[in-house]
Design a protein. Sequence first.
Length: 529
Amino acid sequence: MNRVVITVRFLDDRFHGLLDRNGPPEWPPSPFRLLQSLVAGAAGRGDLVAGEDSVENYNYTKIGKALDWLQRLAPPTIVAPHSHRGQAITRFVPNNDSDNLKKLNRQERLTAKPTIPTLFLLEPDQKPEVHYVWDISNLHDVPFDSIRDAASCLTSLGWGVDMAFAYARLADQSIVESLQGVRWYPKENAWRSVGMLRTPTYDRETQECTLCDLRHCHHTAINRIEHGKPLKTVDKPKVFDRVLYTSTERPIGRPTTVFRLLDENDEIYRHPHAKLMHMAAMARHVAIERMKVDPPPWKTAEAEDWLESFVCGHRGAGEQHEQISYVPLPSIGHAHADALVRNVMLIAPLECERELEYVAQRLDGEELQAEQLVRSDGIDGYGQNSRRIFLERITPPRGKFIAEYYLGTAKVWHTVTPVILDGHNKKSKSDKTEAIARQTEKLILKALARAGIESPCEFTWQAIPYLKNCLSTHKYNRNGRHTGYHRPAHLRTHTAVHVRLNFTDPVPGPIAIGAGRHCGFGLFAIKNN
């Protein structure tokens, strides 16, 4: 049993917790809110500290010590029901100021209180439960008995009307997989404007922690009134962390930054569609050269390894690593789009916004070095171009093709550049069509998994492009001459296909899959209806 699971069972099929006083709704209920409810329940029963319940008293009971242990854990995985945002209602209630002689009329003392419920969408045999799952496989001396006692103290989660009870149990992976609901996974060190949930925190150096802060806030609340003196301020909780939670209901796109290509006259430069890999290689090359002399200060100790892995994209045998993708963006989106490359997008893994921002700031205004790249990497044909090319960082305008088709959110996506599969779909010339189709499907599933796409989807594939002025996956024409896309040497013999993805739920961009996803191949755009 390597998991601790705290299950909260609501008495009703709705939840009223908000991220702020006026919304939006908080869903799922945050780990901070769970700890807050556990602390309130234990303190209400007198089971938090031994002796007088004052902020100076740190003589915790077994339950108090268990809650202190709980706040130090990494953010849990949350399993919650499918949900739907209910109708927002504004209620007008007394403002607890009936002693105000200037407002003798009750109607003048009413204050607005918005109510935005989150409604559970339960399966026929599903209970209104939210599960919090912590991995304890590497921990020792787990105070489970006290955690179980603390869970039994919970009386509500959210507002006072969100009455609930809770219980704790030890579980293995099979039990966790059997829990009904949507899985919400924490993505530490990532940041987005939506999807951030509060989590408990503990600072070992300052000894500042969520539990101490909650007790302090409660102390200011019960001591706010003192006879003959003005009403004292009630402190709100402020010691917590914010962690991004993602799921199939709220997937998030990876962090990106976009550069426009300019020539020496500050005019838009247009790069051939078939040679987009050359543009990716040049952008990568200038990033490498820039980071060699100016690596991030927080990466100084490991600058060489970070450069080799994150910027260059080189991976050691058996290593899992994170890297930047250098993706040229063909111009698409209207009937006269020519699919030429005028922009380059850098894509980073979810938790690498800081590193991407650092690299992007230093690439703004840099010149791409074509001639040097030809000599060092042997890329054929591009060195003949004598025009100078510069990078200008931009924010993609709303309503234009980058924001709409590459970075939008939709259920149906199709390739702009073909997906280069990690292998071959044809083992011999005698392979039957059914065998080739099965192998192609297997390789596409592998490409989706390696790109980290977890949302369920159906897909189809073909050799012909879905968009005008894009190229087919054929490498040679009828005369045996090279046609189609220029590919990196290590990918020239791999199978390539154009793919259309149909997701069950809307998925945000950017989407790039396949063995060439880091250099512009396997790039998807939203299907234009």
